[in-house]
Design a protein around this ligand. Structure first.
Ligand code: BG6
Length: 513
């Protein structure tokens, strides 16, 4: 029999077994297009700075901002300090980090500016010693992706291991198209010069610790997987509820709506992680293969019996944390008669042996009672309750809750006896808080995404076949939401600060309990 000392290398119970980041990162240049924009100042630079402070950036490394605005290096650095939500300049190591930052103005449609950029990158690479390795991060509006990618290809910046170049990678953010056709066009544009291994499609939900932990929970423990099927599970809830409204993004959001904004990407990724079969190894392609197989099992929305599978809502005026907030149609930049849904509940079925008959409820909405992201696995009730005659009630079924926000935690609810002479049951919980007893460095989503790209690790990025399957499934859903003659009647209004339209409250109350 194994001894504890054999199980845990250092002899202590619960010692973590880590493997990641033992390898040395290869030096590289990171070129950010859209460098004067919001995403760069709010997310990318703070993430890169945090990596730098924790000694997690490759050495050497250069960061080159590119944007339409004409600026010099100092102007760029000052702009970042001004627009960042964190106090960059107040940090003792900011001055050191600043020496990695460069800026080049670029006109996105002018080839000669890319040629100049290529010359600049080559010189900088030689000077700094980044071995010709380059990442291009497109922090620009999605309609610029094909243009920028085409120009990079034209000037040879997508080439790998040729003419003094090392590797070359490109990062893009969702939305990956507006529908299947545009997703394919975008993909074809990227593939004109970049291979699939060079393309990193971000989904920040995949970079969340608890989302990744769901996979560890399923496949590194032997006791749950035998229960993970239609024999034991009644239904699954995947919920991303937000308190925030549309904010300053009305221009984008009013065109996209909740289905394109949250379902085509985050919600379907969560579904794939919960539902996929055990991959043969912790290897990017094997995991992405399993997710793809799962997305292929999605029952088409138009199939019989799916008529009531979609509930759409839009928030009206209400109160958030005691403060009055306007309805969606009164938000800045939103059309006064907008029919864009800000809430959706979509019941989906997976047509395979494991999941036949188990509904998955995908739910996401803005301006809801509180921000709460969770995965709920509702197990079946006991087949026969020997307590029914004594307690005169149903015995509550077990439930597994993966909290993603506000708490990263896992809870398993079960029945226990209330102490005392009478037989009385109560629902109680076994709980695990993700960060309890944790000593490891915690990476926020963008830190993880950037680091994985530097490592060439694609496990937590979308692959194109998945993108297309997600659109294929969602297109009829979108059609029913956008083309149907009864669009107005189908949209249910809900008060800001509530758990969504009346029709979903029952389920929401159970899921959010
Ligand atoms: C983004 C959506 O992808 O995810 C936003 O575009 C949404 O509308 C956000 O607010 C939610 O992310 P998180 O991490 O706060 O749950």
């Amino acid at each position: 029999m194994e001894k504890l000392e054999d199980i845990y290398e250092d002899g202590s119970i619960g010692a973590p077994s880590c493997s990641l980041f033992a390898e040395k990162l290869e030096p590289c240049q990171l070129v950010i297009f859209g460098a004067t924009g919001d995403l760069t100042a709010r997310k990318l630079i703070p993430a890169l700075f945090a990596l730098f402070v924790d000694e997690n950036l490759p050495k050497p490394c250069s960061i080159i901002g590119c944007g339409r605005t004409v600026l010099d290096n100092d102007g760029f650095r000052q702009l970042l300090v001004k627009n960042s939500p964190v106090d960059l300049a107040g940090h003792p190591r900011w001055r050191e980090f600043v020496s990695l930052l460069h800026y080049r103005a670029i006109q996105y449609d002018a080839l000669h500016t890319y040629e100049e950029l290529a010359v600049f990158l080559k010189e900088l690479d030689k000077r700094v010693g980044t071995d010709g390795n380059t990442i291009f991060d497109l922090a620009v509006p999605p309609d610029l992706y094909p243009l920028i990618s085409a120009k990079l290809v034209e000037v040879g910046l997508s080439l790998e291991n040729e003419e003094g170049r090392g590797w070359s990678r490109i990062i893009i953010e969702k939305p990956f198209g507006r529908d299947l056709a545009s997703a394919k066009i975008l993909d074809a544009a990227l593939h004109r010069g970049f291979s699939e291994q060079q393309i990193f499609r971000i989904d920040h939900y995949l970079a969340k610790e608890t989302v990744q932990n769901t996979m560890i929970f399923r496949f590194a423990n032997s006791i749950f997987e035998p229960l993970w099927n239609r024999d034991h599970i009644e239904y699954v809830g995947i919920v991303s509820a937000e308190e925030l409204g549309v904010g300053s993004r009305a221009g984008y959001y009013d065109q996209a709506g909740v289905l394109r904004d949250m379902f085509q990407n985050h919600m379907l990724q969560l579904l794939a992680i919960i539902g996929m079969e055990p991959p043969a190894g912790f290897i990017s392609e094997l995991i992405r293969d399993e997710k793809t197989k799962l997305l292929r099992c999605l029952r088409p929305f138009a199939a019989p019996g799916q008529e009531d599978a979609l509930i759409l809502g839009q928030y009206g005026a209400g109160k958030i944390q005691g403060r009055d907030v306007p309805g969606y149609r009164r938000e800045n930049g939103v059309r006064g008669n907008s029919l864009t849904p800000t809430f959706a509940l979509l019941r989906v079925h997976l047509d395979n042996w494991r999941w036949q008959g188990v509904p998955f409820y995908l739910i996401s909405g803005k301006r809801m009672a509180r921000k709460d992201t969770r995965l709920v696995i509702q197990f079946k009730e006991v087949p026969h309750s020997m307590f029914r005659e004594v307690i005169g009630d149903k015995v509550g079924a077990n439930r597994l809750n993966f909290g993603i926000f506000p708490e990263e935690e896992i809870n398993l609810s079960f029945q226990a006896k209330v102490p005392g002479p009478r037989i009385c049951l109560r629902t109680t919980k076994l709980g695990f808080k993700y960060y309890d007893d944790s000593a490891g460095p915690v990476l926020r989503a963008y830190e993880k995404v950037l680091l994985d790209c530097m490592r060439g690790e694609q496990m937590f990025f979308w692959r194109q076949d998945g993108v297309e399957l997600a659109w294929e499934f969602l297109e009829p859903v979108l059609e029913s939401c956008e083309m149907c003659g009864e669009r107005e009647e189908r949209l249910k209004f809900y008060e800001a600060g509530s758990w969504g339209p009346e029709e979903v409250r029952g389920l929401m109350n159970i899921l959010m309990a």
